[in-house]
Design a protein around this ligand. Structure first.
Ligand SMILES: Cc1cc2nc3c(=O)[nH]c(=O)nc-3n(C[C@H](O)[C@H](O)[C@H](O)COP(=O)(O)OP(=O)(O)OC[C@H]3O[C@@H](n4cnc5c(N)ncnc54)[C@H](O)[C@@H]3O)c2cc1C
Length: 454
């Protein structure tokens, strides 16, 4: 029997697992609901908690990048997801990429073995009545719960301001995933191992393309058959998240777009020619054993047959075996500026927290840190303390402030980036030095804050 004062978490993804861990580590019992394997999402493949649905990368750890800063802040807050990710890292230059299966297995084991966490494999169809409760059901929240949230938010907005009520609907965008190939099916004689600008050793396999090879590939891509969007309603409102645009959408902009995006050759020299290729397709190791590779930036909604036909035009991939095809999914999120406090509490019910990608952040790391803070704050509520949110000059604090104060009429999911941070007091012209100074200031602020609160 669980004691009465506990935290309820719905959703065992990156955010929910981290939230449950944080609350339990503070001595507060947690009941975590995860609907898999009984109910499925269109993207998850396993029953494991914290499953990474697409890329296996948690982005750069370079401390002068926005994601590197987020990593550093999450570390100071004691993120379990990050600890486990480091333990199961695979080579990926400055990025923290993981063996996704080993990673998710270990997160699952740690959560299930925690003496204060009870994991229930059940779909939650309405916001539970227990408080505090954290809803972290992610971009693929199941329909009954999404409908229940929609009704709850609409009622709240009608009470607050009837004219703003239509703005309180759940929002969404489309997100696509990249194919995974069997490593042994790649023709190693045609690809070269290197990282861009030599940063991070020989961690990527690079498939070089000449102009004569790129042109027909691009032509085939823009004429390829796509899966229709008929599974999705309200198509006129469909939009793609710019950072995860399907390859073919980008290709349709113009012939050069891919050469400045996922096929960019800069910083890569083919050792066989001594020259920079016209285009480069990068493959990143997917698992520790090195049996699988991910096609970097190749998220797509091409039909499966088209993925085989067109991606096999890439030098080195003529015999590629597809272990997972690329695909497209609808991502749900809430209009956070209308509904949430920077502590991630729902304005209409301070015992209800929303966390993870559902709040309108984009990315594994961003979702995880949102779960982390909701977990800390929910535990504090149980302990009779005030919920918290880091200061605005930390990356996490700045991100939460942005999503809860952005213009609601144009609200779109947001990644961590240096533009969210308040400017430095002194002008630093050099971009890298400026980012380093911003990162230093953020970490000092985070360290001071964690000494008091976390
Ligand atoms: C197709 C796709 C591709 C993506 N690719 C990337 C990428 O390459 N890189 C990146 O950084 N981010 C990517 N994202 C975003 C990524 O999903 C999120 O960043 C991250 O997984 C969100 O974490 P989360 O914990 O909020 O949600 P999730 O990790 O999705 O976890 C939510 C959990 O809630 C469960 N759940 C849902 N509804 C219920 C319910 N009613 N009751 C109980 N449990 C429920 C789900 O089964 C799931 O386990 C992608 C998203 C999608 C949809």
């Amino acid at each position: 029997m669980m004691p009465k004062a506990s935290v309820t978490v719905v959703g065992g993804g990156l955010a929910g697992a981290e939230a449950a861990w944080q609350a339990a580590q503070r001595g507060v019992p947690v009941r975590l609901f995860e609907m898999r394997p009984a109910a499925r999402t269109p993207a998850h493949q396993t029953h494991l908690l914290a499953e990474l649905v697409c890329s296996n990368s948690l982005k750069s750890q370079d401390p002068t990048s926005a994601s590197g800063l987020l990593h550093a802040e999450a570390e100071r807050l004691g993120s379990v997801i990050q600890q486990v990710a480091r333990a199961h890292a695979v080579p990926a230059g400055t990025a923290l990429a993981v063996d996704r299966t080993a990673f998710a297995h270990e997160v699952t084991r740690r959560i299930e073995d925690h003496p204060l966490i009870e994991v229930r494999r059940e779909e939650v169809t309405a916001v539970p009545s227990e408080r505090p409760v954290i809803i972290a059901t992610g971009p693929l929240t199941s329909s009954p719960l999404a409908e229940n949230l929609r009704r709850l938010f609409r009622e709240f907005m009608e009470e607050q301001s009837p004219s703003a009520a239509p703005g309180a609907r759940l929002l969404y965008f489309y997100d696509a995933i990249s194919p995974i190939l069997s490593a042994e099916s790649v023709d190693r004689g045609k690809v070269f191992a290197a990282s861009r600008y030599g940063k991070g050793g020989d961690d990527y396999w690079n498939c070089p393309m000449t102009e004569e090879e790129y042109e027909p590939f691009w032509q085939a891509l823009i004429a390829a058959e796509l899966y229709p969007l008929h599974d999705f309603e309200d198509l006129e409102e469909a939009c793609f998240f710019e950072g995860c645009l399907p390859l073919e959408e980008l290709a349709r902009r113009d012939k050069e777009a891919l050469l400045y995006g996922p096929l960019k050759p800069v910083g890569l020299t083919d050792p066989r020619t001594g020259r920079r290729p016209c285009a480069v397709v990068q493959l990143r190791q997917e698992d520790k054993a090195g049996q699988m590779v991910n096609m970097v930036g190749f998220q797509t909604r091409l039909k499966r047959g088209e993925q085989q036909r067109i991606f096999r035009m890439i030098p080195g991939l003529e015999q590629a075996e597809f272990l997972r095809y690329g695909s497209l999914h609808r991502n749900t999120y809430v209009p956070a500026p209308l509904l949430l406090e920077p502590t991630l509490q729902f304005k209409g019910d301070k015992g209800l927290f929303i966390a993870g990608q559902l709040i309108g952040v984009e990315g594994y790391l961003e979702s995880m840190v949102a779960g982390l803070l909701a977990g800390i704050s929910a535990a504090r509520l149980v302990q009779g303390l005030e919920p918290i949110s880091p200061p605005g000059d930390t990356m996490i604090g700045a991100l939460l402030r942005y999503i809860t104060s952005a213009d609601p009429s144009r609200f779109q999911p947001m990644n961590a980036n240096f533009g969210l941070l308040p400017p430095l007091d002194v002008r630093v012209r050099d971009r890298r030095e400026r980012k380093a100074a911003l990162a230093r200031r953020s970490l000092e602020a985070m360290e001071a804050w964690t000494r008091i609160f976390a």
